[in-house]
Design a protein around this ligand. Structure first.
Ligand SMILES: [Zn+2]
Length: 149
């Protein structure tokens, strides 16, 4: 299925765009920079088409997706110096296959525990800072995935 009506990730309405800022397309996915930057570098990555479980995605496409996920995780680690990358797929309510890629830091919120989906005191950047972070992330991702010189 390409798109599903009413799906948060397929439709990406205004409320979505206020929380998740589009970075770029990778081979079979789309990357978003989270407005909440309590843990610097936090992103999400969605499979391009609407699937609700990893096992439903045809294997070859799922392998491409995992390559995209790994490129994103490694790029975040390199740019932000995270001590560990956490990978979250929950999706009880937002069913479209997507990972939250959450960098973790020994001296920041939630080390040693699952990352907080909705931290109490969220950290936001200025519009200029978001723009700069997204630009450098996009550039690094596309180069690492072999989609840009
Ligand atoms: Zn969807």
């Amino acid at each position: 299925m390409e798109k599903q009506k009413g799906c948060y990730y397929c439709e990406r309405d205004r409320s979505f765009q206020e929380l998740l800022f589009e970075v770029c397309d990778l081979k079979i996915s789309k990357v978003f920079f989270c407005k909440d930057q309590t843990l610097p570098g936090r992103c999400t990555i969605m499979f391009r088409n609407h699937y609700e479980e990893l096992y439903e995605i045809p294997r070859a496409l799922r392998n491409e997706f995992m390559e995209d996920v790994c490129v994103l995780a490694q790029t975040i680690q390199e740019l932000y110096g995270a001590d560990k990358i956490n990978y979250g797929i929950y999706g009880d309510e937002v069913r479209h296959v997507h990972f939250t890629i959450c960098p973790k830091y020994r001296d920041k919120l939630g080390w040693g525990r699952p990352f907080e989906m909705f931290p109490e005191h969220r950290v936001f950047l200025t519009p200029e800072q978001y723009e700069a972070e997204i630009e450098r992330l996009r550039d690094a991702l596309l180069k690492k995935r072999g989609m840009k010189e």
